[in-house]
Design a protein around this ligand. Structure first.
Ligand code: SF4
Ligand code: SF4
Length: 127
């Protein structure tokens, strides 16, 4: 599931896996495809909600949507992006990077899910 695996303070992603179709390094700061999963698909765990409550981040815990499989999910914009996704600077950033969901933390650039999201958005060719 989606999650930008980079820190907004960085100018480069934490690692640079390669797109197997093109041989080019995957740059999460120029991508953000995995944060465009659509409504109800960026799922939150009970631990996410509990962690946010413990940190006093009630605005995060209180602002969720119904997700698939009975879970809660990040709300999405009309374009299908997570509401915490920000591309206003020309780079793709997570506005809540330090407090992003488990699913975001675990998502791996270069994984087959990553490449599928990129193909869906026309960022990687289908091979
Ligand atoms: S919380 Fe951040 S990393 Fe996770 S889906 Fe939203 S914008 Fe992407
Ligand atoms: S789809 Fe892959 S390359 Fe794009 S932001 Fe997500 S992890 Fe990074």
């Amino acid at each position: 599931m989606p999650g930008l695996p980079f820190d907004p303070a960085l100018t480069q992603p934490l690692d640079s896996p390669v797109d197997p179709a093109t041989g080019e390094p995957l740059d999460c700061t120029r991508c953000g495809a995995c944060c465009h999963a659509g409504p109800g698909r960026i799922l939150l765990s009970e631990d996410d909600l509990l962690r946010w409550r413990r940190k006093g981040l009630h605005h995060l815990a209180d602002h969720t949507d119904e997700g698939h499989f009975g879970a809660r999910a990040f709300p999405v914009s009309p374009r299908g992006a997570c509401v915490y996704y920000d591309s206003s600077t020309g780079r793709t950033l997570c506005q809540i990077y330090e407090d992003r969901a488990e699913v975001c933390r675990e998502f791996q650039a270069g994984s087959w899910q990553c490449l599928e999201f990129r193909r869906d958005r026309g960022l990687s060719p289908r091979i």
